[in-house]
Design a protein. Structure first.
Length: 274
């Protein structure tokens, strides 16, 4: 667990250093994302008790490890950068498509992160689902990313209000989703069913990205910023996965990102332009 948490610290520091170099406003944005995530997550853990973090995490802010507080902003910010690249130069800060696509990317990422992290013993859910993760566990971060990215560019000088508005909107969306649909999906999802669904989704997204030549829009640096986090979870997968189904499930998330790599990508990874 010591090496794992040290790797988390390294990933966050490297990401922050590279982002600050390209965007001087990144520290304030990162702080708002981190604090809003904490304000949203901690009360939900206390209110519903659906999951709990392993006590071996170094430092907790009430029920949430400090490292988790700073890791999720990296996931959300990097998804935002990728969404902007995919939408092209016409996508403005207030374009709702940016928040919508970024939240879909976060949802996609969370669908990989959650089962692998649960198998590694980083946290555990009390409700059943696919590989020990209920659908609400993935949906929550997608909702949070959507609302925080919708609000931040629109609040102007009132941006600190995102600390209350994004968590409140996320909480409301989860409650509505729970009573409308998720409470009827409380059973165990068969591992092979989840794996096959992931394979179909991953292949479909990869084919769509390739057919639309989306790789031409995404600079290698945008994907490179996401690479350490992806590598981290695949190392966790190799170390802790005991089921072939989970391996198949996790590998299915790679093709869409591989489809965004241009043939010149290996040579272009050294580009300095964000």
């Amino acid at each position: 667990m010591i090496l794992l948490q040290a790797a988390c610290v390294g990933i966050v520091l490297v990401y922050a250093a590279l982002r600050v170099h390209a965007d001087r406003g990144f520290p304030a944005r990162f702080a708002l994302l981190a604090l809003a995530g904490l304000v949203g997550e901690d009360p939900m853990i206390r209110a519903y008790g659906f999951y709990a973090y392993a006590p071996s995490w170094w430092c907790f802010v009430d029920r949430v490890p400090l490292l988790i507080v700073v890791i999720w902003p990296v996931v959300i910010d990097s998804a935002d950068a990728l969404a902007r690249a995919l939408l092209g130069k016409d996508a403005r800060d207030t374009d709702p498509r940016v928040a919508g696509l970024a939240s879909a990317i976060v949802l996609f990422d969370a669908a990989l992160i959650e089962p692998v992290a649960v198998r590694a013993g980083l946290w555990a859910w009390t409700a059943p689902g696919a590989f020990g993760v209920p659908p609400v566990g993935v949906l929550g971060w997608g909702f949070f990313a959507l609302f925080v990215l919708l609000l931040l560019p629109r609040l102007g000088r009132l941006r600190p209000l995102v600390l209350l508005l994004a968590p409140a909107a996320t909480h409301l969306a989860l409650v509505v989703s729970w009573w409308a649909a998720l409470r009827w999906m409380r059973g165990v999802i068969a591992p092979w069913a989840a794996a096959m669904t992931a394979l179909i989704l991953g292949a479909t997204l990869a084919a769509l990205a390739w057919r639309r030549n989306l790789r031409a829009r995404v600079r290698p640096r945008v994907l490179l910023l996401r690479a350490p986090g992806a590598l981290f979870f695949f190392v966790l997968l190799a170390a802790h996965a005991r089921e072939v189904e989970l391996v198949v499930y996790a590998v299915a998330f790679a093709p869409p990102y591989l489809a965004l790599l241009e043939a010149r990508g290996a040579r272009a990874l050294g580009e300095n332009t964000p």
